[in-house]
Each structure stands twice: as C-alpha cells, then as structure tokens.
Design a protein around this ligand. Structure first.
Ligand code: OVM
Length: 394
C-alpha cells in the first residue's frame, strides 16, 4: 500500500476560484494524499479531517498551522499564543478568550448587535441595489466587532488588510501572499498598538483580556498577544460567513422563503452557510510522531493539510452536500474546526449572522443577485470580492 500522490495545486487561481472539483478528486484518491508540489500530506475526507482535528497530541499546532514549518522556517509574524500553540500554553490563553467570548458573556451584546443590524438593513432596503461585500458583509462586522472589543473609531478598516495578510500567510509564498503583505508595516504596527491596554476602552473584550493578566491567568506580555489573536481572527472570517449566507439565500430563494416563514430556522441558516461555504478552507498540523491515518502511516515532522471545505461537502458524510438546506442537521460540520482549537469566537460569529438575517427577514421579501459575483483570492479564506445584491422590500 502506498499513499497516492497528486499534483493538484490547492493554491492555484483555478482551484481557489472553484475548489470543489479538486476536492472531489482528492477525496476519491484515498484517505490521505501526498501533494507533490508542496511535499505535504493532505486529508480531504470528513472522517480523516475530523480525526486529525481531534488528535492534538499527534497533530501539533505549535510548528504553525500554515504550510511553513516553524521548526525549519522563521515564522512570518510572531506566532499566535493561541492558534499556533499546544497545551499547556494553549489551554491557558484559550481559556481567557473562551470566557470573554462565551455565550453568557455575549448575552449583553444581543440588543446592540440587533439594533446595528436593523439600522444597516433598513438603510440598504432604501438603497435597493448595492455591493453586499463592502456595504453589508464588511460594514456590519466592522461596526459591531471593534465596538465590542473597545477599539477607537479611527482606522478600523485596517482590520481587513491585516486579516487578509495573515490568512494568506498560512499558504505558500505565492502572488496572493506577496500582494497582501505589500505595505504591511503600518498595518502590523497599528494592530500591535490596538492590542495594548492603554488603547482599549475600559469596557470590552480587550479590557477583559488584560484584566485576566491582573489575576495571573496570563502574563502581562501575553495579554496583548491574546488580544491580537481575537483581532486577527474576528473580522475577515465573519465577513466571509455573512457574505456566504447572503449568497446562499440569493441562490436558493426557496430556502430564504422557508426562513421567513419559520424564523426559528435563522440560526441554522447561518450555520448551514458556514458548512456550505467553509470560510476558513484549510489549516495544517505537524505530526509529532509516526502516526496512522486511514490505514496509512506517515512519519514524524510531516505537515498535514486539512481541507475543511472538502470535509464539509464530503458525500460520505452529507446527503446532497452541495445543496444549501436550512433544515439540514448541521451538527458535526468542521467549518469552525473541531477539538481543542475549535473556533473560540463562534458564539460571536453566530450572533452576528443571526442579527443580520433577523433584520433581513423582517424587511425583505426576496434577495436577488444583481450583477457579476466575483470571488476573492486568498490562500485560506473563501469569500467574495464583489456580491451585487438587490433587496426586494416585503
Ligand atoms: C490568531 C489567529 C489568527 C488567524 C486565525 C485564527 C481562525 C487565529 O492569531 O490566533 O483562527
């Protein structure tokens, strides 16, 4: 038995534009595949993606969750003390984020999040036709998220190029990466400054993370790094998820009607969009020992690429995986990852998605595509460069 090889380039323009055919080929080749172009192993089936996510001892995050191995190459930025770590450090830093972003801690934000969505959607219904990327998918998180963090008003849009850099940096040093990191210095400096205690409001996620340092849960040096982690992961991802939800509801008008008739489906409509689109398409792990996956053994120190988007559309796990179905049992999807590194901000993401869709179903009878939809090219994130929509008032 040998591990099958493939020369598919998951970071080519063609595959980033439409990854689904390549995912199907990789899934059908076997439970684990070697990507000859990059010298890494990859898992594209649901079962193996899940198995890798759930075994942090054998599949480490500490050597980076991108294609670069921190044991061989100097990391592009100071590694995240949450994402790019293993226990015990991971559990300490993650524990602080987890408390600050817990559903209970977020309950006070429900009303302001709803109010912001109502205001934005009301205005957009008046406009009628617009590009939903800047006007809605970006505009909404860029208001509610920095407010919740306790950030000043100036330069909030810097969060977008910063996220774009970091999510490109998990892939190879290709044209996408190079374009994203041009003029990186001022953006990186800004994010670093925003993470400091003195630049964060006395109330908000930022202040709460710094307060955890006062209690000795994390060190004073770690606190801004834990803030930076939330700033990095908290915007681009939700922009993509909200964009995906809007795109799905426009492409599947029957599903939008269904949600309007039964607003208790709103939460699952967002969740199903995260499964269907998988805004975060890929992450890597590095093996800490020779380890078996799907009956094959791979050696120590090997990079393993997990195709989350492929797992979420694996017909071995999902019925009609390419359909957007707001009544689907979405539990078990890996759009937020799984295991100890599963998205710590998912309650916040869900609140944002739910607030936007709640505002839409009240005011909008139909969501229509109103022009050419263009995909964005990023080594890790799947999203849109442009999503022209028409909102037909109720
Ligand atoms: C971090 C980080 C950065 C990007 C993504 C992410 C999806 C985390 O710096 O911790 O999670």
């Amino acid at each position: 038995m040998a591990i099958p090889e493939s020369d598919i380039d998951p970071y080519s323009d063609e595959v980033l534009e439409n990854p689904h055919p390549a995912h199907a080929v990789l899934r059908d080749l076997g439970p684990v595949v070697r990507l000859s172009r990059y010298g890494v192993h990859a898992v594209a089936r649901y079962a193996e993606v899940r198995a890798v996510l759930e075994d942090w001892q054998a599949f480490s995050s500490a050597r980076g969750v991108g294609i670069e191995d921190f044991a061989r190459t100097k990391p592009w930025r100071l590694p995240s003390v949450v994402l790019e770590t293993d226990p015990p450090l991971h559990d300490r830093t993650r524990g602080v984020q987890s408390r600050v972003l817990s559903p209970l801690a977020l309950s006070a934000l429900k009303e302001p999040f709803a109010a912001a969505a109502e205001e934005l959607v009301e205005r957009l219904v008046g406009v009628g036709e617009f590009d939903a990327v800047p006007e809605l998918a970006e505009a909404y998180p860029l208001t509610v998220f920095p407010d919740a963090m306790g950030m000043p008003r100036e330069n909030r849009r810097f969060l977008l190029p910063y996220g774009n850099m970091v999510f490109n940096s998990f892939g190879p040093r290709n044209a996408n990466f190079e374009a994203a990191v041009q003029d990186a210095a001022p953006v990186i400096a800004w994010v670093q400054a925003q993470s400091l205690r003195e630049n964060l409001a006395p109330q908000g996620f930022g202040a709460e993370i710094h307060a955890a340092a006062d209690r000795g849960e994390i060190t004073a040096e770690e606190a801004p790094q834990v803030v930076r982690s939330v700033l990095t992961a908290g915007v681009d991802t939700t922009v993509s998820a909200i964009g995906a939800m809007l795109h799905c509801l426009a492409r599947f008008p029957g599903q939008y009607e269904r949600v309007r008739a039964e607003p208790r489906l709103i939460r699952n409509a967002f969740e199903e969009a995260v499964r269907h689109e998988s805004p975060v398409q890929t992450f890597f792990r590095t093996t800490t020992r020779p380890v078996e996956i799907g009956g094959e053994t791979i050696g120590e120190g090997e990079k393993v690429l997990m195709f989350l988007g492929s797992a979420n559309r694996d017909p071995r796990r999902w019925d009609r995986p390419d359909d957007y179905d707001v009544t689907r049992r979405t539990a078990g999807h890996v759009g937020f990852g799984a295991g100890i590194h599963a998205c710590v901000g998912m309650a916040l993401a869900r609140m944002e998605g739910e607030a936007v869709l709640s505002a839409l179903v009240r005011r909008v009878a139909r969501i229509e595509i109103a022009g050419e939809v263009r995909r964005r090219r990023n080594n890790t994130l799947r999203g849109f460069a442009s999503l022209p929509l028409r909102l037909v008032p109720a």
